[in-house]
Design a protein around this ligand. Sequence first.
Ligand SMILES: *[C@@H]1O[C@H](CO)[C@@H](O)[C@H](O)[C@H]1NC(C)=O
Ligand SMILES: *[C@@H]1O[C@H](CO)[C@@H](O)[C@H](O)[C@H]1NC(C)=O
Ligand SMILES: *[C@@H]1O[C@H](CO)[C@@H](O)[C@H](O)[C@H]1NC(C)=O
Ligand SMILES: *[C@@H]1O[C@H](CO)[C@@H](O)[C@H](O)[C@H]1NC(C)=O
Length: 368
Amino acid sequence: MELLLSSRGGALLLAALLLRLGLISGACPCEDPSLCNPIAGTRDFEVFVFQVSGKSWKFYDWSQITTVAIFGKYDPELMCYAHSRGARVVLKGDVSVKEIVDPAFRTAWINQKVDLAKKQYMDGINIDIEQVVAKSSAEYYALTALVQETTEAFHKAIPGSQVTFDVAWSPKCIDRRCYNYTGIADSCDFVFVMSYDEQSQVWTDCIARANAPYNQTLTGYDDYIHMGINPKKLVMGVPWYGYDYSCLSLSKAHVCSIEEVSFRGAPCSDAAGRQVPYRIIMNLANSSITGILWNEEQKAPYFEYRDPHGTIHQVWYDNPRSISLKAAYVKEHGLRGIGMWNGDCLNYSGGSVARQQTKAMWEALKPK
Ligand SMILES: *[C@@H]1O[C@H](CO)[C@@H](O)[C@H](O)[C@H]1NC(C)=O
Ligand SMILES: *[C@@H]1O[C@H](CO)[C@@H](O)[C@H](O)[C@H]1NC(C)=O
Ligand SMILES: *[C@@H]1O[C@H](CO)[C@@H](O)[C@H](O)[C@H]1NC(C)=O
Ligand SMILES: *[C@@H]1O[C@H](CO)[C@@H](O)[C@H](O)[C@H]1NC(C)=O
């Protein structure tokens, strides 16, 4: 850097480089400069996609998408394309809850995020803080303040911008995350409910279960609504991934006991399993020893396979059938919309089987 700045030519070179990277404003990276304008207006039904890597986004179902949260590396091509389809692109926001207790730190953090969003022609921020917060602690109050101040700053600096916050599948202090949920929902545009990893804390039998069981998932929404949160402030998040568990033993009734891995005070957790994207699950399913099974109580698909070492695995996941059942709640209860973690879990290679599976997953999001 010093070397580059040592001459005037070097400084110009650096400026050109930063412009190309879109790191300083004035450099709209889109062919049509109007695509650098923030998206205004809201659509009735929100479809919120987390993007994590690569260029799979080119094959997303853009006819549905309203917001893409870029959790991987910023991609100006994605920004231009999303804007051409009327979809917002938002930043990821994560910060240590210990630091935000200091109001000056919050202001500095927010200003930095607003500047970054403006430089990158983005339309807001998705705040994803999954840290432990005790009820009525300093962090508890600071978190609500952070959300409120972030929303005010973004709405003022970027007209039409969107500020959202990610919450666990239930408001009951999941993973020791005790937040002021009503305060947070009131303070932002909407919350994204992460209805997955629902076995992160298991207090009963240590066995493999569904990532997002039907009743458990919907009970979480009932609880958010009963505490006074307007359904229009809730977006349902569904998983496009599942869990692969190695079974210590497997009963005839398909009960797979798993290793005891504790998590935030609970003796057993899905941390004993491995997260797998839907495209890999579909490959594993082809070599299953059971075929695809359905658990009626949890309303979720699963199957078993034997690995090269002879260990039996049980894989639990979501497919168009289980997602459609949960998505029906979105319409029945008038939620703001739906979304998934994450958009890049599907197989977009274009082979005929993959294409059909991928299309069915996108279709399952639609209100019916
Ligand atoms: C939650 O936040 C709101 C808005 O800041 C506040 O009015 C309310 O008292 C808070 N509730 C609790 C239980 O702390
Ligand atoms: C979940 O199960 C409980 C208890 O069996 C039941 O009362 C409740 O209605 C169920 N919720 C849904 C959404 O099916
Ligand atoms: C894999 O399984 C799917 C059904 O889950 C089936 O449609 C597909 O033909 C299978 N592919 C191969 C290569 O066996
Ligand atoms: C994606 O699908 C193609 C064609 O259907 C298949 O050949 C490939 O193995 C799949 N990729 C993954 C990662 O599952």
